[in-house]
Design a protein around this ligand. Sequence first.
Ligand code: AMP
Length: 392
Amino acid sequence: MKVMAVNAGSSSIKFQLLDMPSETQITSGIVERIGSENALFTIKYNGEKHVVETSILDHGVGVNLILEGLIKHHVIKDINEIEGVGHRVVQGGEVFKDSVLIDEKVLQQIVDLGEMAPLHNPANATGIKAFKAVLPNVPQVAVFDTTFHQTMDKDAYLYGTPYEWYTKYGIRKYGFHGTSHQYVSEKANQLMGTTDTKVVVCHIGNGASLSAVKDGHCVDTSMGFTPLEGFPMGTRSGSIDPAITSYMANKLNASAQEITDILNKKSGYLGISGISNDARDIEQAIVEGNERARLAFDVQAKQIADYIGSYHIYMGGLDAICFTAGIGENSSVLRQMIIDRLAVLGVKLDAELNKLRGERLISTADSKVKVFIIPTDEEVMIARDTIRISHK
Ligand code: AMP
């Protein structure tokens, strides 16, 4: 059975077609620059990559192009072969505790939650509408970034702000990257042969977050009301003293929104190093002796180690630390810098294993905590949920 996993942005639609239940990827691709005359449609199939530049004025045109492309490249003979479409939706609030079959009411709830995620939910909803229009009889399932974190207790998700901010305005920690945290923590449990575990997942990509997962359930995470909270990322500051916002708004004669934009787009690796938001450039600059590049990694590694330390205490122990996403899976340098800071927990990396890639154990035999590299697969998670929910 073929299932499509979709991640729609404001001007893009990423997709993967998967064969289920084998979980093999059949094809993947992306429509970019939606809304322009010179939009791009890329499809990868059988090791080949086809790119077309064409006018794609809205998401509906993009979806039609994807489906026509699948037929044109003989991936499928008929669009009816697609038996389910799973959509990544960023913010599910407290409304959605699990993935859900999308009907008109659910779609409206996703749109309404856009108030808290204005950059993401409206775009996700646009993608859903476009697929529903072309495939009206195919089950469409929403898979939220936030649902995996809905198991957190109040002491973990509430801020120290007036309680009415929570009850009236929904101000609380939601957490993001949930499908990745779930996929990786489940895989770690498989590798350890038990679900009775205390695991920290380090999803470190351009956006980055940590989660503490006890017995398969998320108990804490580093991202918050928005994906800005946590530790420094590619261009995001992570958590800072909130009073800095109004202080710097005064200093720079800028609005609160403009300061938030700087914290989202010009901070993190980019802001500290002054070089790049890309971990590969930072690594290269460190090799060349650039102090600020070194600081970009140091500040991030320090804060990540702080989170792991606090999760160790919160969960009452720690069995495994898992690294995933672009940087977590590939940067042996950053992994080493983080684990070095956790020596007090008796965690030890095997320096040779740490240089390797792909799913593996990279801690020494005598390490008190196991350390794994586990490549994430959010699309497989979306496809799994699409089947589970549409067959309910
Ligand atoms: P993601 O957001 O998960 O796609 O991750 C993007 C980040 O992964 C970028 O900062 C890349 O520099 C980083 N990345 C990808 N490949 C490597 C690599 N081989 N070594 C270090 N960082 C990498």
